[in-house]
Design a protein. Sequence first.
Length: 141
Amino acid sequence: MKRNEFTRRGGIRAVVAALFFAQTWLVASAALAQAAPVAVAARPGDPVRGKALYQGCESCHSLNENDVGPKHRGVVGRRAGSVADYAYSPALKSSGLTWDEATLNRWLVNPSALVPGTKMFFKIDDAQSRADLIAYLRAQK
């Protein structure tokens, strides 16, 4: 075997190995992000405060109409990616999630960590604000 052919094959093996390990690392990182504990609010959510906070969501969402993001009325208890007339990302549509309070809390901490490939990027760092917003959404049946 000539040196150039050996080097070329070795180089291909190195690239394949690097891609394999990178993919393994990404999958493991996504699994850890999904399993990571998320801070929850110290007190129950306040839907009145949540309504005020929801104004920040209205640049992309509304309760009754799809916009940049899907409509939110009835979101608590709904399967993720299930509003028929909204074009979800393939990642969210196939996520298998149901929007209960715990899942919404994890989602609002970091949507792309929970569902890599989602379109949503907005995060809410404050646990109490997340609880208040979720309490408001729960009331919007």
